[in-house]
Write a protein that binds this ligand. Structure first.
Ligand code: ZN
Ligand code: ZN
Length: 364
């Protein structure tokens, strides 16, 4: 299997591009192993310059020098003391770069204006490129899959630990803080997204933010959590209850679980994201809740918690071996609450391989 760097080079060649400037943080980590994060899109910890030929560069500033030299094996580290543009002005002509691609989906407009000016000064043609590395990242190699499996396993451990300690009257916020603390104590870099703990009516919001509302017996409690381990993300949702769940909650849980199982069964290389989504959606719609399942069925997971491919109406492309997706159907009833169940599945030739071991479902 070609290394990511060789894949990028062959794509650069096809488009007659001399180099690619990489600004997107996960892409930067994917190619170089440099783990630093950006404070924001306006305050980057470094960019990669990947020429079609020769050693790639990691351009960063003094703060990250040691980390860059230690982590980015095979990359030549250069520091921009007077700003990235000044360094590029020297570097691009020195490397004979005439056509430079940049990641237009992850460049501030002000940065692209500065880049435009710099490129003009040294007679370089700028080419806007979108999602080139993201597409390559969608298919994971064996090592990446192992890292994802470890991330999933640790996330489940944290879930079980905190789930066992939930009690009536505990606030959503308290539960979320315990989850995120346990993640870090167990060695995760941190949560892969803001942990969701939502009880009762709050669970009707797919993207609920934990509040000071106390958890109550019998109501649905959605816990959606994920962590980052060795760069790779996990993402899992369980809907649980303290005490005896209501009959309605049990029925809806069974329905969502049925949709999840059917969609998981459908996953294999060659099926489209649309087809898998449709399978789950049909089951929920036939039970009369079609309009209460308002989001896509799933998304890719890797270095980013939300990446390609999506399992939704919009994705008519075929799934390919090595992709990792979530399967997360849900039903949300305003005023009452919601049920969502989420697992991660690796796409294989003849089927989907469930990466989760956790079996905390109400129908079991
Ligand atoms: Zn999730
Ligand atoms: Zn998700």
């Amino acid at each position: 299997m070609l290394s990511p760097l060789s894949k990028i080079r062959s794509r650069l060649k096809r488009r007659r591009l001399d180099a690619l400037l990489v600004t997107q943080p996960e892409n930067r980590r994917y190619l170089s192993g440099f783990t630093a994060e950006d404070t924001s899109i306006a305050e980057s910890s470094g960019v990669l310059l990947v020429p079609f030929r020769g050693a790639p560069f990691l351009l960063t500033d003094f703060r990250y020098q040691l980390q860059a030299e230690t982590e980015a094996a095979g990359f030549e580290v250069q520091l921009y003391n007077r700003g990235l543009m000044a360094l590029l002005k020297k570097l691009l002509p020195a490397l004979g770069i005439k056509r430079l691609a940049f990641e237009s989906h992850y460049t501030l407009h002000s940065t692209s204006e500065a880049l435009e000016k710099t490129a003009k000064d040294v007679s370089v043609e700028l080419v806007a490129l979108r999602n080139l590395i993201e597409k390559i990242r969608e298919r994971k190699n064996k090592e990446e899959l192992r890292k994802i499996e470890r991330s999933v396993a640790l996330n489940e451990q944290v879930f079980q630990e905190v789930y066992a300690d939930l009690y009536e009257g505990m606030t959503e916020r308290d539960a979320a803080i315990r989850i995120e603390t346990a993640m870090r104590l167990k060695g995760a870099e941190g949560p892969s997204f803001e942990t969701i703990v939502a009880g009762g009516p709050n669970s009707a919001l797919p993207h609920a933010v934990p509040t000071d509302r106390p958890l109550t017996k019998g109501e649905p409690i959605i816990i959606d959590m994920g962590l980052k381990l060795d760069g790779y993300c996990s993402d899992m949702t369980r809907t649980v209850a303290l005490g005896t769940p209501s009959e309605k909650m049990i029925q809806l849980s069974r329905l969502v679980r049925k949709a999840q199982l059917a969609a998981t069964e459908e996953i294999r290389a060659g099926k489209t994201g649309y087809e898998v989504d449709r399978t789950a959606r049909r089951i929920i719609a036939e039970a009369g809740y079609g309009d209460r399942f308002g989001h896509g069925l799933g998304h890719g997971v890797g270095l980013a918690v939300h990446e390609g491919p999506s399992l939704s109406k919009r994705n008519r492309k075929k799934l390919r071996i090595g992709m990792v997706v979530t399967v997360e159907p849900g039903i949300y009833l305003p005023g009452w609450g919601g049920i969502r169940l989420e697992n991660m599945v690796a796409v294989e030739k003849d089927g989907g391989r469930l990466l989760n071991q956790d079996t905390t479902f109400l129908d079991l």
